[in-house]
Design a protein. Structure first.
Length: 135
């Protein structure tokens, strides 16, 4: 290891080289890079906090293409994310951001304490998996 490598670190977000601080484990060159790394998903410029809303819109679009009328919940908290209507029947939909595990199963975040949905839609990347059958 040469002298330059031992006295500097590379920022994990912007890859800029910055001087080593007293705290040798420092991984970001600035608070801004730390914040951006913490609140954005890799490969995306959208903050992670927006990911749920983005995935809800992805599911809305898919359901509209399938011929459903879609009504989104406008409050921050509610028993479901949207209601769909088809053939005069309403169904409540909950959307969860999920990931696929090595064994192929789907893992998503916690569901609301009170079950307020009829259909659970898991979004893995840009793939939508309806864990309950669509009517």
């Amino acid at each position: 290891m040469n002298q330059k490598e031992s006295n500097s670190n590379e920022c994990l977000y912007c890859h800029a080289v910055f001087p080593q601080s007293k705290r040798k484990s420092k991984r970001y060159c600035s608070k801004l890079c730390y914040s951006r790394a913490r609140y954005t998903k890799e490969g995306s410029i959208a903050p992670v906090a927006f990911l749920g809303a983005i995935n809800e819109l992805v599911v809305c679009s898919d359901l509209l293409e399938k011929g459903y009328y879609v009504f989104r919940n406008v409050s921050a908290h509610g028993p479901c994310d949207m209601v769909i209507l088809k053939d005069g029947k309403c169904h409540r939909v909950e959307v969860k951001t999920a990931k696929r595990l090595v064994n192929g199963s789907i893992q998503h975040g916690p569901l609301p304490k009170i079950k307020g949905h009829d259909i659970l839609a898991a979004v893995v990347g840009r793939e939508i998996i309806y864990l309950d059958e669509l009517p």
